[in-house]
Ligand binder design. Structure first.
Ligand SMILES: N[C@@H](CCC(=O)N[C@@H](CS)C(=O)NCC(=O)O)C(=O)O
Length: 207
């Protein structure tokens, strides 16, 4: 059976939990990264030398990098709706997933570490303000895309891009910052809430 390693409080683990909910995939879950299950444990480092979650084990396959794991699981289940095999549609889904992992993640990191994790290494006001400005700017880009589709990130069909970006929207809304009014993002957040997977692993009180 598929095995998922990683604490459910992690946004990247929740991408995999939500994807499995969309797929109806059964799995065994171990909360590595919380309690005694240290990511520095040699047994865990042998699976992911980055000492990060999530990791999956599927037969002999070991995979890390949350977005890659989601793509693998959707492809394995032949879920063309979540990850289109058509090259152009598939590339647009991956474009937004890559954008989430690079541009959006980099923008929010300082603000999130400062305001939510209360990290003593993230207390500089100028860096905090720059992070909030970059984060809000990226969300404005998303708002424009959503205003065009009126539904999900790439169009009328829910895809893996919505799993990773939906969780990101949840983080944006849950973090105590001043946010611009973004009506398409607000509508999207409510639209996603119709999905049991998002209610369980996205809009569940965790940033
Ligand atoms: N690029 C990686 C990032 C994974 C990542 O940052 N995971 C965090 C939790 S969200 C982690 O494991 N941090 C180390 C820790 O919790 O000790 C992915 O998308 O899987």
């Amino acid at each position: 059976m598929l095995e998922l390693l990683g604490r459910s409080s992690s946004i990247n683990v929740r991408k995999v939990l939500w994807t499995c909910a969309e797929l109806g995939t059964a799995f065994k879950h171990t909360e590595w990264g919380s309690g005694e299950l240290s990511l520095k444990d040699p047994a865990f480092l042998a699976l992911n030398p980055n000492a990060m979650v999530p990791v999956i084990r599927d037969g002999g396959l070991v995979l890390w990098e949350s977005n890659t794991i989601c793509r693998y699981l959707a492809a394995k289940s032949a879920r063309d709706d979540l990850l289109p095999s058509d090259p152009a549609r598939g590339a647009i889904v991956e474009q937004w997933m890559d954008w989430q992992a690079t541009e959006l993640n980099s923008a929010w990191r300082y603000a999130f570490m400062s305001l939510v994790r209360k990290s003593p290494a993230h207390t500089e006001r100028v860096a905090l303000e720059a992070s909030i400005a970059a984060w809000n700017h990226n969300m404005t880009i998303l708002d424009q895309a959503l205003a065009k589709t009126g539904a999900y990130v790439i169009g009328p069909v829910f895809t893996l891009a919505d799993v990773v970006i939906g969780l990101s929207v949840n983080r944006w809304i849950m973090t105590p910052i001043v946010r611009p009014e973004l009506p398409a993002v607000s509508d999207y957040f409510e639209r996603l809430t119709e999905r049991p997977g998002f209610r369980a692993h996205g809009r569940n009180g965790l940033a």
